[in-house]
Design a protein. Structure first.
Length: 317
């Protein structure tokens, strides 16, 4: 074979190998066009320029939210004279005894009452809301639609509107100055939101899992416990956190429906720390820190489930 024939044969082999090469290899070895890289660079610069004012606004908002809490914690270690003399400075003497004084003046009893009311209100609200949402999803008829409309209407009613009717109702039932005078209104006003959140997640549960559980012999309570509850843990925790936040910080019902000091919760009990002539602001702020600390801890521990539950509860309606 001549030299020209060998050269032609080698060129043919190279052409065949290039034509049969994988597309990924060709794409990798081919350099990107300069125009595309310039376009991406301009896009990144545009987003960076837009993010600067957004981050600035978010930082200012975070400071506006966090600084009052920081000031409250710092001022809780001050004496009243230091708060008036230098409200923005650090304490000249760190008075840790303010917390002991607040605890001895009744915060311990108020804390226990708030804990009882919050736990019972949260447990009843989440349980009843889960049962109601499960029934609405499983029935899926006109009656379930009517219940949904009623729940949506419950979101419109403000708690202050029902203050006097609820007072007369609780008085006729003999529930004033008891824990139930706070628990029942808290459950009633947090139930609509909890039902809507939990129902929206229950709608996304695959019917195949429900059918499989039914075939295995599970009844409705068992299906709710073994199928719906494990798949809806985030939204159940979200409903519990929202209810606990409301019950722990609620002030109006706690001060109107309860006069006995032995049943008062922290928001109403802190009113006793204010005297007519003088107020020990250091002790009062220490009580406020003790009141805010449990909710802050709950949010920090459950924020992942809280965000996931809110996102899951806003998808379906």
């Amino acid at each position: 074979m001549s030299t020209s024939n060998v050269r032609d044969a080698s060129y043919a082999v190279l052409d065949d190998s290039a034509s049969t090469a994988p597309l990924d290899t060709v794409a990798i070895t081919t350099p990107k066009p300069r125009r595309e890289r310039a376009r991406r660079r301009r896009r990144v610069n545009r987003w960076t320029a837009w993010n600067i004012p957004v981050y600035a606004v978010l930082a200012a908002y975070a400071i506006a939210i966090a600084y009052p809490l920081f000031w409250m914690v710092i001022s809780s270690f001050k004496a009243s004279t230091d708060i008036y003399a230098d409200p923005w400075g650090l304490p000249s003497t760190w008075l840790v005894g303010n917390y002991a004084a607040a605890w001895e003046r009744g915060i311990s009893e108020y804390f226990l009452n708030s804990l009882i009311v919050t736990i019972l209100s949260t447990a009843i609200t989440v349980l009843v809301a889960a049962l109601c949402a499960y029934g609405m999803v499983r029935l899926a008829n006109r009656f379930a639609d009517i219940v949904l409309v009623i729940m949506l209407g419950g979101l419109v009613v403000a708690p202050q509107v029902s203050l006097i009717p609820l007072y007369r109702l609780l008085d006729s039932l003999g529930l004033l100055n008891t824990y139930w005078a706070m628990i029942l209104p808290y459950v009633a006003f947090r139930l609509p939101m909890a039902v809507i959140l939990i129902r929206s997640v229950f709608l996304a549960v695959p019917t195949e899992l429900v059918d499989a559980a039914t075939i295995d012999g599970c009844r409705s309570p068992q299906v709710l416990r073994h199928v719906y509850f494990p798949l809806s843990r985030s939204v159940l925790i979200t409903a519990a956190v929202l209810t606990a936040y409301f019950a722990w910080n609620e002030f109006l019902f706690a001060i109107v429906y309860v006069d006995a000091d032995a049943v008062r919760t922290i928001p109403a009990g802190l009113m006793a720390f204010r005297d007519a002539l003088s107020t020990d602001w250091g002790v009062l702020l220490a009580g406020l820190v003790v009141a805010a600390l449990p909710i802050v801890i709950v949010f920090l521990l459950l924020q992942r489930y809280f965000v996931a539950g809110v996102a899951a509860g806003s998808v379906k309606g």
